[in-house]
Each structure stands twice: as C-alpha cells, then as structure tokens.
Design a protein. Structure first.
Length: 159
C-alpha cells in the first residue's frame, strides 16, 4: 500500500472545513485518503470547539448535537431553548450563530462534560471561554468570516 504525508489537507467530513497539516495519506483503490483515527480527530475537534476564541457556527453546533446523539428537542432542552432555536442556529451553516453568549458557553461546557475531560482541564477550559468576548463579537457590526480549525495531524492524533 502506498503512503505519503502531505502538508495541507482540507477535511469536510464532519460538516465543516478543518485544515489539517502534515497529514499521513494512503492510497486505497487508486485514491489518496487521510490515514487518520477519525474518532480521535472528532475528540480533538470537539475540544477545540469548546475552547476556540470566537463564536460557534451553525455547522459546528450541528456536529456537536449529532456527535452526542441528541435530537433537536433534546439538545434545546439541555440549554433551555426550543428545538426551533436550535434549528435556527444550525441554519447559519458556516456563519457564526446568533446565540446568547451565556448559552454558547453552556454548549461549550456541555462538550467538556460529555467528553469527561479531567477536573483540572475542565476548569482550565471553562476560564478560556469568556462570555464578554463572545458578546462583543456578536455585537460587532463587521461581518465575521469563518476560519476553519487547524490541526497538525501528527500532533492532534496523539492521545
């Protein structure tokens, strides 16, 4: 089986673009595909979403909801909102969602809690998410553009 490492690869298998660096690739049936542990990639992406310094997008919310196997209604109940509110968030696609900053912080804490991140890491992650910054970003008059998450595949896949 042929193998190589490529410097840059945009992966969209989770519903939104992720920029991977130093990606091990393997040739299967004549096609080059990433040779990754996708379960580890999903966990790394979830942790990154929980702590990223800017608002979540609709596709990221959808990924979070689906990863933790929640219906629209159950996901909304987790945060005290209706399933319609969750649908509205997800309709934003790769645009930042219009969500109460405190609710967004709860979504991020939900990720950390569901992943059973250790107590020290949980507190550290909690303090990285600043409601004030999220609120300022949402009130900003300029249109926010989507920045894909970037991972070094060799580093992100190390447990």
């Amino acid at each position: 089986m042929d193998r190589k490492i490529i410097d840059h690869f945009f992966y969209e298998g989770l519903g939104f673009p992720i920029h991977l660096l130093n990606v091990p690739m393997m040739k299967t049936r004549g096609e080059w595909t990433p040779d990754l542990d996708y379960n580890q990639l999903q966990k790394a992406v979830l942790v990154a979403l929980a702590t990223k310094p800017f608002s979540l997008t609709g596709n990221e919310i959808r990924f979070i909801r689906k990863h933790f196997r929640r219906t629209l209604e159950a996901f909304g109940q987790e945060f005290g909102v209706s399933h319609v509110a969750v649908m509205d968030w997800e309709k934003e696609k790769n645009n930042p969602v219009k969500i109460n900053p405190a609710t967004e912080k709860c979504v991020r804490l939900f990720i950390i809690d569901e992943l059973h991140v250790g107590d020290h890491k949980f507190r550290e992650s909690y303090h990285q998410v600043e409601i004030k910054k999220l609120a300022q970003l949402q009130k900003s008059k300029r249109k926010l553009h989507y920045e894909p998450l970037t991972f070094d595949a060799e580093q992100a896949m190390i447990a």
